[in-house]
Design a protein around this ligand. Sequence first.
Ligand code: TXA
Ligand code: MG
Length: 357
Amino acid sequence: METEIIYAEDEDAGEAVVKASGLLQNGELVALPTETVYGLGANALDPDAVTKIFEAKERPSFDPLIIHLSRPEQLAEYCELSPRLHEVAHKLIQEFWPGPLTLVLPKKEIIPDIVTSGKNTVAVRMSAHPVMQEVCRAFGYPIAAPSANRFGRISPTTAAAVMAELSGKIPLIVDGGACNNGIESTIIRVEVDENDPEKRPELHLLRAGPVVKEDLQPFGKVIRPKKLSDRARKALLDKGEANDVEAPGMLESHYAPSTPLYIFDKPEDFVPEEGVSYALLSYRGQAKDGYMELHDWDVVEELSPGKGKLGEAAVRLFHLMRVLDESGADAIVAETVAETGLGVAINDRLRRASINK
Ligand code: TXA
Ligand code: MG
């Protein structure tokens, strides 16, 4: 299959939207831009179309998908909401949608099991990207869309990165420019106490992302789920206990370049091996952070040169991981950033990309 790229910026958006929604209607896959990363979309209500996502990505069937809506009112069509859950979910939606916040809520029957990997919850979001919004509106049904990379690899933040991941496996990539968050949406499972409306809702933070803990705190108690090793996760899934695995896709190893990537608690922990060429993924490119002059690096890339801005670092993170993966260096060393605000999500991605943490 030949993969076509169609530009959706400026005057070409209309044609791209018509093409994309036509393919979705026919049960085909389309890569679409969102504000976080590119998604690989299919009709969420068509199990055969959704199967194609798992095949193209080589994604294990235990890892459920996010569905993308065109308007908040659709939530009630696909999620089973008690009055209290409705109230809490809508407060969050009012604040954060459209935008990079995904809500995990009890699902309605109409959502096929393949979308949720057999779980009784579904992950839902509404993207802020104008092209994604137009496609969602034109298509009318929810679009299931995981990140448009092969399973375990780096999420794509440009159409070219999608091409590198899925060329020949999908008919169309809609190019809406580089993603302006650059890191996947924050995911929370919302839980309320039905018997006690006074009790604060629990927001279980399944994946750190652009909407940070501090943003969520006014809406409920933010809870980090217990860590589950890849082995324990597999044991539960093998027993068919999908509902006991709170965050099926948060594997210890993920978002990884092909080149081994290392992170360290402090720069001095890095001991170079003889004959190995190293690339550095630096945060600010500043000597005082301890890495720049630690070694004679073959290549250096900077996430946010100068003073360092976490937003800019997030936007460039996956792109620069790709650049360094292709730089020819034998190994990559990445500096971690301050564990505050967006830094939590950046460090989370670096940890999962690394082979030593
Ligand atoms: O920003 C994003 O969220 C992007 C764009 C394309 O929307 N999508 C994305 O999808 O990152 P994906 O499939 O790469 O990651 C979705 C994550 C996975 O870790 C999956 O396990 C989790 O969401 N997930 C989906 N449904 C879930 C559910 N019912 N319960 C718990 N986790 C769920
Ligand atoms: Mg992904």
